[in-house]
Design a protein around this ligand. Sequence first.
Ligand code: G3I
Length: 365
Amino acid sequence: MASFFEKQTINKSNLLTRRSALNAIGAGVTASICSSFLTSNALATSNIPFGVAVHLDPFRNEPIFRELLKQHAGLIVPMNALKWASLRHTEGKFDFGGSDEIINFAEVNNKPIHGHALLWYDANPSWIDAVTSPPLLEKLLIEHIETVVGRYAGRIATWDVVNEVVAHDPLTQGKWRKGVWHNILGPRHVEIAFAAAAKADPTCRLFINDYDLEDDSLRTEARQRAILQIVRRLQKKNIPIHGVGLQAHLYAERRTGRDNLIKFVRELKSLGLEVAVTELDVIDWKLSADPKVRDRAVVATVREFLDAITDAGSVRNITTWGLSDKHSWIKDVFPRSDSAKARPLPFDDQWQKKPLFDLIKKYTK
Ligand code: G3I
């Protein structure tokens, strides 16, 4: 896992925006952020569903998680239960135990469901990573997508069809993510996956999902260009694609490239695509240990990003990658150098609300 990041409203009142700006400054954020508050769209977009990615272990074992989901989630995303590694332990059999548990809960509680993910270079069973025959791999991919999307057809409203197919750094690594799908099938793997998903559930909204699309570094610009190229190529071939998911694993030490992000989102919209925030959390590994300082910086980081993306146009949903710090992946992949616990999510490790929760509620319904 550590490899993929390769470590390293029209304003209701100016009062609100001024307060936001002051908070941001208090968190050590530079004045450049303040310009965004003049156009902040947050209050006008408060009909955006608040999505939560659901990790099976706490979902099963910590009743408070299910209670908080019932209270607050406007969308449910099975975090790992729909990945190949969870569904396909052996080639001959699908294991829908975990995904059914989460999806049934979502349906009973009238929560829409977003599916994650039909193709990813990571979290594959070893038997799929070992396939070397292109026709066989294509057949397995199509069968998998038809079976999984088919099972939940009409129930899962949106799918991440492909996840992280763009290289971490297209400037030095070429456009495509290396992994079994690209290595064996070449760029066609994306087309095969979208076509199979569209066939299995023609009503479903189909997304491409990726990370590091928010700042204005040359690497991020190259990643944005790669996404736009993939979208245009699918459209040229009349293969349905409906949206782009911005994971938004934000780094507290990086700034949102506001103008660049708005340009990117508007280009996607001009191609007829929707935009969703799919895996929001904040990597706080470089911040000082004081939880109050960190919580303020996390809020400032997320506010800056959400202001930019909501100013760029409508957002289908804002989803956090889990709810409680207790179960976040960030402490494992981005460990701190001190003994302080990572604080990337809206609730702390005792399931207590943090300032990030209140912030997200300002942008979501
Ligand atoms: O289910 C097994 C359990 O049986 C076993 O005892 C335990 C021992 O390690 O592992 C459990 O599986 C783990 C699984 O999470 C469920 O907890 C895997 O080892 C672990 O690798 C897996 O990590 C997930 C990772 O994707 C890989 O699937 C993280 O929870 C999840 O947050 C992460 O999510 C990704 C997105 O899909 C794509 N974008 C980046 C994001 C963060 O890495």
